[in-house]
Design a protein around this ligand. Structure first.
Ligand code: OGA
Ligand code: MN
Length: 209
């Protein structure tokens, strides 16, 4: 079942650089993640920033979500990272992207929160290569909003608009596609993750984040 999903993601990435699949995340895993993100105490979340390390700035005009990084220490986190690793292997086998590591966080958008148009990586900075987004919202309605819009380039009409429905997966080449999250009417839960290649020279391994 997952193998077929991995195969389809790899094929669509090859054909068009992105893939959007509904009901793609295994149901048990999706339920465990949806439960965990709602059970997390508020203090585990922090206001999301823009940029990495020293370039990190709080930028409330650009994004308003709160995030919590996912690690191996919980059952749901462990299962998610294991699943993401299998996807990594399948994509590397099929596309030779050389994906090397994966980092991901839960994101909670409260009603009215947004993330303006941005790219997840910039050409020449070989860090984030592939973006993976998973949605954790049972019974999401079109009227709830919160769509992810994906653009072919700045200043163009969106290529697609994705509702953050339970089990939907979005994968795209991080450098290629500007995208944004429109405000929702209600709490919106997602996971955003990035596969990276090892850009360190010699035997140095890039530090995470
Ligand atoms: C991000 C992002 C999309 C979403 O966190 O970089 O674009 O739909 N998230 O949550
Ligand atoms: Mn993004």
């Amino acid at each position: 079942m997952s193998d077929q999903v991995f195969e389809q993601i790899a094929e669509e990435l090859y054909q068009q650089g992105y893939s959007v699949l509904s009901h793609a995340l295994p149901d048990t895993l999706c339920r465990a993640l949806a439960q965990e993100v709602r059970d997390l105490p508020a203090e585990r979340f922090s206001r999301a920033g823009v940029g990495r390390q020293e370039a990190y700035v709080k930028a409330e005009t650009i994004r308003r979500d709160e995030i919590c990084w996912i690690d191996n220490t919980t059952e749901a986190g462990h299962a998610w990272l294991e699943w993401a690793d299998k996807l990594q292997q399948a994509i590397n086998r099929r596309l030779f992207l050389g994906l090397f590591s994966f980092e991901s966080h839960y994101a909670h958008y409260q009603a009215g929160d947004f993330y303006k148009v941005h790219r997840d990586a910039f050409r020449g900075q070989q860090n984030r290569v592939l973006t993976l987004v998973a949605y954790l919202n049972p019974d999401w309605q079109a009227e709830d909003g919160g769509e992810l819009l994906i653009y072919p380039d700045e200043g163009h009409e969106p290529l697609l608009s994705v509702l953050p429905e339970f089990g939907t997966l979005v994968v795209f080449l991080s450098e290629e596609f500007p995208h944004e999250v429109l405000p929702a009417q209600t709490d919106r839960y997602s996971i955003a993750g990035w596969y990276r290649i090892n850009s360190g020279n010699s035997r140095r391994v890039d530090p995470a984040r």
